[in-house]
Design a protein around this ligand. Sequence first.
Ligand SMILES: [Zn+2]
Ligand SMILES: [Zn+2]
Length: 126
Amino acid sequence: MFFASCWFLTQCPFIIAMKEYAEKFYKSVAWKQCRAAYAKSKGGLCEVCLARGRIVPGEIVHHKIHISPKNINDLNVILDWNNLQLVCRECHAEAHRHDGNENPQRYEVDQFGRVTVRADAPPGSA
Ligand SMILES: [Zn+2]
Ligand SMILES: [Zn+2]
């Protein structure tokens, strides 16, 4: 089973300069192993849905403390299981809902777990 990574960082306009570095991290063997092992430890289920009594396959390994230029080199943050959460797409969008804007309808998550600005976002919200 394939689990996507939380890709919010690489889509964030404020830290677009970090894109290359973040991609390097997301493609690293250390992260892939960490992500797979963590997802497996959770039985492959969305943790948020499970807490609500729903059995939904988890698709994305999300960082609770979002990765930023400040902590991308800090292995205690980026590879720490305590900072990870296996979530479904819906819950991932929810987790990032308040990131940098007040319009909850602005983001969507693609099949790779990347959070992107919706094409049909209301005018002026970009
Ligand atoms: Zn995330
Ligand atoms: Zn969920």
